[in-house]
Ligand binder design. Structure first.
Ligand code: IPE
Ligand code: IPE
Ligand code: MG
Length: 253
């Protein structure tokens, strides 16, 4: 059976998070500059956004630029910021038309002013859309996000607006950048690296992790579907036994 027919539309994750990795290596393998890989990666972003929208996935978080990526050579960082501005400028109308709502997580203030402006416009333009929520992680560091949450809570306790005894997993999550989004059930990383790279550390606690050797600029519909089929074959036990899960599934069937 074709992989495109193998996905069970009734068992899709609500939220997919992706580490879009391998742009540089993909370009180098073709004798090109790393930046060429970033440009080609935009085609994969468009494809994945469209496919997630068609499938009815509710949330897609894309790791587009990490806080650590500021340490790359200036020319590459500048090219990435320029690509971000141009892409948002070009695609915002299309996102609006396709009922995609855009969000950003990460250290927004650290982005160049022109990036902030384009992003703010796209966020506002798509604010009333009700389809796919597209969340871009930009200048994002999960540890920093957790530290920021701890600081906000500490300030709230000091000011008497928060009671320490009332903090639990879900109240804590309300102080993260992802406060309004459910946790991802599936995390995909491309390009054969088996690490999390400071991405959604709190939110991925029980996500299914899927790694593929495909470089991001080559990632297409078929690869997304392969990840989904693989996800659907897994048994998510959340600490329970397989027997408990199967009894539960049988009862609800
Ligand atoms: C991912 O590709 C894009 C960003 C991190 C911005 P890379 O640029 O990390 O590509 P590789 O991993 O060096 O091949
Ligand atoms: C993670 O990829 C960040 C993004 C994909 C935006 P990196 O390529 O920067 O991660 P490391 O440095 O290999 O862990
Ligand atoms: Mg990389």
């Amino acid at each position: 059976m074709d992989i495109l027919d193998s996905v069970d539309r009734t068992k899709l994750p609500k939220h997919i998070a992706i580490i879009m990795d391998g742009n540089g290596r993909w370009a180098k393998e073709r004798g090109q500059d790393r930046v060429y890989g970033h440009h080609e990666g935009v085609i994969s972003v468009r494809e994945v956004v469209n496919n997630c929208g068609e499938l009815g996935i509710q949330y897609l978080t894309l790791y587009a630029f990490s806080a650590e990526n500021w340490n790359r050579p200036k020319a590459e960082v500048d090219a990435l910021m320029e690509l971000l501005v141009n892409t948002i400028r070009k695609e915002a109308e299309e996102l609006k038309k396709n009922n995609v709502r855009m969000h950003v997580i990460g250290d927004f203030q650290s982005l160049p002013a022109i990036c902030q402006k384009e992003l703010t416009e796209a966020i506002e333009m798509t604010a009333s859309n009700t389809g796919l929520n597209l969340i871009l992680a930009l200048s994002y560091s999960s540890r920093q996000e957790i530290i920021n949450a701890a600081k906000k809570i500490a300030t709230g306790i000091a000011g008497g607006t928060i009671e320490a005894a009332n903090i639990n997993e879900s109240t804590f999550a309300q102080y993260l950048d992802t406060a309004n989004f459910p946790d991802p059930e599936l995390m995909i990383r491309t390009s054969g690296e088996y690490r999390i790279s400071n991405y959604l550390l709190y939110q991925l606690a029980y996500a299914e992790l899927y790694f593929t050797d495909v470089h991001w600029p080559e990632f297409r519909k078929q690869h997304l579907y392969e990840a989904l089929v693989n996800y659907q074959q897994r048994e998510r036990r959340f600490g329970k036994t397989s027997e408990q899960i199967q009894t539960n599934t049988a009862q609800h069937a």
